[in-house]
Design a protein around this ligand. Structure first.
Ligand SMILES: [Mg+2]
Length: 361
């Protein structure tokens, strides 16, 4: 175990980490180089750190006992931060998973719902049929004995059957609105501030999900109450008739095991659906020119989201929400920074301020 658990926040790690915060069994390579956030935001972050610490200690939102940040190789992370900062904002993009990455794992003391899981068709028979598929295929998805090519076929089968049931059962756009309104789903604290910070600096955010684009957009609308010109969503997209009835799905099915293919080619601008008159801020070609990546995910497989990009420097941020003791080592090896216990987005925002200092924007 070479990972260092650094309590409370990335900024705490960077500015105030002491050996007292690191469990004796953990060692961190190269820990301790002080970095300050952009001066304009310094006081802002100090207050945020306090609030996240307080919230973690309250422990009133699920079984999380506190908040922690883990950096396996501090020197490597520092090198990547320097490289991305020197390359400038025009080279950077953010690629983020949606479920349990941008959204919280625990909401109101219960597991937060996913963009697939929250959907109620307004037809109990079909909701039950989709649940039956879940009960059959979900264990197969995590089976250690099924070869990956066979498993990929099973996942395609599951997603396509589920999508067919949504069409057959008569899903309407109104069902989506109602489902989102009553769903147990919430963004992590700091997501809006992160989106705003990146939008102000013209940094594109690609939300890449095996869920449902139309639902993700509705969650953004209902929970954030505004649109962002720099966000685009790559996910399974529905097609509705003039009466708002689902008639088909567009393009190739994205499931949990092919999130790494054709990501940028499948990107579609979110603001089209949100009625933003300013049009796309970037096309897929120019996004491909942005060869420095800040990647956010909650599964190791999410690292594949940048496979379609020949990136120069990637900083990967992993949210480890569950089974922490069993997964911490593999997450430490896979991600540059690992956030434990449903950590809020303030650490990512602070890192973004390091990558995009005020004088460079
Ligand atoms: Mg996820």
């Amino acid at each position: 175990m070479v990972c260092a658990r650094l309590h409370h926040s990335f900024i705490a790690t960077a500015t105030t980490a002491t050996t007292a915060t690191v469990p004796a069994r953990c060692r961190c390579r190269g820990r301790g180089r002080a970095r300050n956030p952009a001066p304009r935001l310094g006081a802002f972050f100090s207050s945020l750190v306090s609030s996240s610490r307080d919230r973690g200690e309250m422990g009133d939102d699920g079984p999380s006992k506190g908040s922690e940040v883990v950096v396996d190789d501090r020197h490597s992370l520092d090198r990547k931060i320097d490289a991305i900062r020197k390359a400038g904002p025009q080279k950077l993009q953010v690629i983020a998973d949606f479920d349990a990455t941008l959204t919280r794992y625990w909401v109101n003391g219960r597991r937060g719902q996913s963009s697939h899981g929250l959907l109620q068709q307004g037809n109990p028979e079909y909701d039950a049929k989709r649940q039956q598929l879940y009960e059959y295929y979900h264990p197969l998805e995590f089976s250690p004995t099924i070869p990956i090519d066979e498993k990929t076929k099973l996942m395609e089968e599951w997603w396509e059957k589920t999508h067919a049931l949504l069409v057959e059962g008569g899903l309407s756009y109104d069902d989506i609105k109602k489902s989102v309104a009553s769903a147990n789903i919430a963004f992590r604290e700091g997501v809006v501030e992160l989106f705003e910070f990146l939008e102000e600096r013209g940094i594109p955010i690609l939300i890449f999900s095996a869920g449902l684009a139309d639902i993700i957009e509705e969650v953004l609308r209902q929970k954030l109450h505004r649109s962002f010109r720099n966000i685009r969503i790559v996910s399974n997209r529905m097609e509705f008739d003039n009466d708002g009835r689902l008639i088909s799905f567009k393009g190739r099915t994205i499931h949990s095991l092919n999130k790494n293919e054709h990501a940028l080619d499948m990107a579609a601008p979110l603001h089209e659906q949100l009625g933003d008159a300013n049009g796309p801020v970037d096309d897929s070609v120019s996004v491909k020119m942005r060869t420095n990546v800040l990647l956010l995910g909650d599964h190791i497989g999410d690292l594949g989201m940048s496979d379609g990009l020949n990136y120069e420097t990637r900083i990967s941020l992993g949210f480890l929400n569950d089974n922490i003791d069993g997964s911490i080592d593999s997450y430490c090896k896979a991600f540059d920074v690992v956030y434990l216990n449903d950590f809020p987005m303030w650490g990512v925002l602070e890192l973004a301020t390091q990558l995009l200092p005020a004088e460079a924007t």
